[in-house]
Design a binder for this molecule. Structure first.
Ligand code: NAD
Ligand code: MG
Length: 385
């Protein structure tokens, strides 16, 4: 019996994780579930799984949660510290699936608690990768990647033998605007940007996929998780999203992981690791799929990729600026306060405007994150005015 905690249990990744563990009640038991303030979904999931603890990050939602779970054995709590406490509730396996850098504190808390911590929430790895890896080393926690590309690479690395690896190749679907002109992209609406052709995901990562900033963040995520030079991490657009990523070895072999575009596949891999578990998904029908296509990403229509690569190369706190500015710009776009193409422009402006200090601890990273958000918000205002 494996005990499980899900941080961000009401989101897209959280819901997929719950779907898998609820199919095997003899194998998994839920310790804690957390959400920001989606009380109906959180309470419903806590009831179904008989979770020991349900937590809302937004403390003002606690009374409603308490009411919704009255008469059950589930304890309730509210506030940001309560989410970090839930992350340390002693589960064997914790899913980190809060969206954005808001997940940094809870993810670190889970890592400090030891056990297996599965990273879907990529933004903290981008902003504070070295701190997160050092914390895992200190506590002995095992980090497993849930992001489909990184999970694919983890599987293709076949254990702990990176010797002989020449290159990692991240595949990208190219998003909904892969074949659109710049003029068409300038008029994109939030509704168009969140409708991904191959994957069903939360709003923020859907917009990131459409700008390809998601692949930029994933490039940095890969550089944090795997011991390879950033120049040895390539990106190829693969519209079918059947191959989730590849590892190229020095002898010319390339290993790829192929499967349905459903996050339950990589999540199941981490849930059962080092074993396997069944999922309800239909395996890919290769004949029906027919052909697999690959193309180079277009740097002109998708400038976010180069911004991420440059930020990674410059190192220090620059990836934290990239991420924070992107979070602000994506939110502004979703609220119709800036255009689609302005997202990358706001990130570029913020990177240009801010020479960050070194940031070796969480408080320093959060200070850079805060200043980058302030600058990016100014840029949004300038555009609206
Ligand atoms: P989502 O928006 O669907 O869900 C986010 C979850 O985090 C919700 O449970 C929400 O209540 C909670 N949350 C939001 N703000 C919070 C805050 N300030 N404090 C505490 N909790 C908060 O997002 P998602 O699509 O599930 O993505 C979650 C993370 O996983 C992201 O970092 C994303 O990049 C990553 N990821 C997602 C997918 C996917 O297919 N959805 C794939 C790979 C990686
Ligand atoms: Mg991914």
């Amino acid at each position: 019996m494996r005990t499980v905690t899900i941080l961000g249990a009401t989101g897209s990744i959280g819901t997929s994780t719950l779907d898998l563990i609820e199919r095997e009640p003899d194998r998994f038991r839920v310790v804690a579930l957390t959400a920001n303030c989606d009380v109906p979904r959180l309470a419903e999931a806590a009831r179904r799984t008989r979770a020991e603890l349900a937590v809302v990050a937004d403390e003002s939602c606690l009374p409603t949660l308490a009411e919704a779970l009255a008469g059950t054995s589930t304890r309730v709590a509210g506030g940001r510290q309560a989410v970090c406490d839930a992350a340390q509730s002693g589960a064997d396996w914790t899913m980190s699936a809060i969206v954005g850098c808001a997940g940094l504190g809870p993810t670190l808390a889970a890592i400090e608690g030891g056990g297996t911590v599965v990273i879907a929430n990529k933004e903290p790895l981008v902003s504070a990768g070295e701190i997160i890896l050092a914390a895992a080393k200190a506590s002995g926690a095992t980090l497993l990647p849930a992001d489909s590309e990184h999970n694919a690479i983890f599987q293709c690395l076949a254990g702990d033998r990176p010797a002989g690896v020449r290159r990692l190749i991240l595949t990208a679907s190219g998003g909904p605007f892969r074949a659109w002109s710049l003029a068409e992209m300038a008029a994109v609406t939030p509704e168009q940007a969140v409708a991904h052709p191959n994957w069903s995901m939360g709003a923020k990562i859907s917009v990131d996929s459409a700008t390809m900033m998601n692949k930029g963040l994933e490039l940095i995520e890969a550089a944090r998780l795997f011991p390879v030079d950033p120049d040895a991490i390539g990106i190829v657009v693969h519209p079918q999203s059947a191959i989730h990523s590849l590892v190229e070895y020095v002898d010319g072999s390339m290993l790829a992981q192929i499967g349905p575009s459903d996050m339950r596949v990589p999540i199941a891999h981490t849930l059962a690791w080092p074993d396997r578990m069944a999922t309800p998904l239909t395996p890919l029908d290769l004949v029906k799929l027919g052909r697999l296509e690959f193309e180079a990403p277009d740097p002109v229509r998708f400038p976010a990729l180069a911004l991420a690569r440059t930020a990674l190369g410059a190192g220090g706190a620059r990836p934290a600026i990239l991420n924070a500015a992107n979070e602000v710009a994506v939110e502004a776009f979703l609220k119709r306060r800036c255009g689609f193409l302005e997202i990358a422009a706001i990130v570029a402006d913020t990177l240009d405007a801010y020479d960050p200090p070194a940031a070796h601890d969480v408080d320093a990273v959060l200070a850079v994150d805060g200043e980058a958000r302030r600058i990016a918000a100014e840029r949004v205002k300038d555009r609206v005015a």
